[in-house]
Design a binder for this molecule. Structure first.
Ligand SMILES: Nc1ncnc2c1ncn2[C@@H]1O[C@H](COP(=O)(O)OP(=O)(O)O)[C@@H](O)[C@H]1O
Ligand SMILES: [Mg+2]
Length: 305
C-alpha cells in the first residue's frame, strides 16, 4: 500500500474530555491533503499526535509504515513540520538559522544541502541577510527550509498561511504544489481558509467537534455520485412526474426552472424523455458548488445529526 500517513481509530482524551473521536484516514505519497475545520475542532491536536508531541489515547498512527508508538525514531525521521510559528532567530542570518537548527536536531548538514534547500524555497539570495530584515513570506519560506533540511518524505503544516498577505499566500501555494509535484512529497496542511485549500490540495478531510465528518477528493469532481443541474423547461409538472417515476430527485426552483440531482451521464436520456413528451428545454446547466458552500452545507448537515 502506498499510504505515507495512516490514522486508524485515533482518539485523544484530555482531562476526561474526548477531544478527538475515533478518527481514521490515510494520505497517499505525493498527495496534498487539507485538514479543514473551524477553530477548536481538533486540527492542532491531531497534528500534535502526528508529530509525536502528544500520544493518542487510543488507535494507531503509521508514518511510511512505521508505527509511531513502537518505531518512533524511524517514523519521526520521515516527517518535517511547522507547528504554529517556525522557530527563527531574527538577529541571525537565514543561513545561520538553518545551520543552528540542524545542530540543535543533531543532524549534520552540509553547505551544499543548505544551498539546495534554500533554492527549493527560493530564499538563496537573502540567505546572508539577518532574519529581522525578512518579510513574513520569507520567514515562512525559511521555516519551510528548516522543516525540509533532513529530507523528510512528509511535510506537516499547521495553519501555515496565517498572517500571510494574499500575495504571500499565492507564493506559498506555489511552493507547496512544487514540493508535491516535483519532489513527490506528501503534505498535510491544516487550515480554516477554505479558498486556499481548494486551490492547493488534492483531497480534504473536514473535522468538527473532534470527529472527521467528510473526506472529499477535489481533483475528481466527476467521481461525485450526483451533481445538481438546473433546466428551464415548458412544463414543470409533467417533467417532475416523469422524473419521479424514474426515481430521479428533482425540485422546482422557479416557475419554469427545475433542479435535478443526477449523474451527468443521465442527462441525454432525460432530455430525450422530455422531448418525447413535447416538453421544451430552453437551457440546462450544472450548478457548481464552491468548496465554501460545500463546507458549510456539510457542517450544517452534521449539526443536524
Ligand atoms: N491541552 C489541552 N487541554 C485541554 N483542552 C485542550 C487541550 N488542547 C486542546 N484542547 C481542546 O481541544 C479542542 C481542539 O483544540 P485544537 O486541536 O487546538 O483545535 P483547532 O486546532 O482545530 O483549532 C478545543 O476545544 C481545545 O480547547
Ligand atoms: Mg489549531
Amino acid at each position: 500500500m502506498n499510504y505515507t500517513i495512516e490514522l486508524t481509530n485515533v482518539t485523544k482524551v484530555i482531562r476526561s474530555k474526548e477531544i478527538i473521536k475515533d478518527i481514521s484516514f490515510s494520505v497517499s505519497k505525493g498527495e496534498v491533503f487539507g485538514f479543514l475545520g473551524p477553530n477548536g475542532a481538533g486540527k492542532t491536536t491531531v497534528i500534535r499526535m502526528l508529530v509525536n508531541l502528544i500520544r493518542p489515547t487510543g488507535g494507531t498512527i503509521r508514518i511510511c509504515g512505521y508505527d509511531l508508538n513502537s518505531d518512533r525514531k524511524q517514523a519521526m525521521n520521515k516527517i518535517g513540520a511547522i507547528i504554529e510559528q517556525p522557530e527563527l532567530y531574527s538577529h541571525m542570518s537565514g543561513y545561520s538559522n538553518l545551520k543552528h537548527y540542524a545542530n540543535m536536531n543533531h543532524t549534520s548538514i552540509t553547505h551544499e544541502r543548505i544551498m539546495e534547500i534554500a533554492s527549493v524555497v527560493n530564499i538563496e539570495k537573502s540567505l546572508r541577510q539577518k532574519v529581522k530584515t525578512y518579510s513574513l513570506g520569507m520567514r515562512q519560506r525559511l521555516g519551510l527550509a528548516q522543516a525540509l533540511l533532513h529530507k523528510p518524505d512528509i511535510l506537516i503544516l499547521d495553519e501555515p498561511t496565517n498572517g500571510l498577505d494574499p500575495n504571500g499566500i499565492r507564493e506559498f501555494r506555489k511552493y507547496i504544489r512544487h514540493l508535491a509535484e516535483e519532489h513527490g512529497m506528501t503534505i498535510l496542511i491544516s487550515s480554516h481558509l477554505l479558498s486556499e485549500i481548494e486551490l492547493m490540495c488534492d483531497r480534504i478531510g473536514i473535522i468538527e467537534h473532534g470527529k472527521l465528518i467528510e473526506l472529499k477528493d477535489l481533483r475528481a469532481p466527476s467521481s461525485l455520485p450526483n451533481q445538481k443541474f438546473r433546466m428551464k423547461i415548458s412544463d414543470i409538472k409533467l417533467a417532475s412526474e416523469l422524473l419521479n417515476t424514474k426515481g430521479l430527485l428533482n425540485k422546482k426552483v422557479d416557475s419554469n426552472v427545475i433542479e435535478l440531482n443526477i449523474q451527468e451521464e443521465n442527462m441525454p436520456e432525460i432530455i430525450q424523455e422530455l422531448n418525447a413528451h413535447h416538453i421544451k428545454i430552453y437551457w440546462a446547466a450544472p450548478v457548481t458548488e464552491t468548496l465554501e458552500e460545500h463546507y458549510f452545507s456539510t457542517l450544517s448537515a452534521s449539526e443536524g445529526m
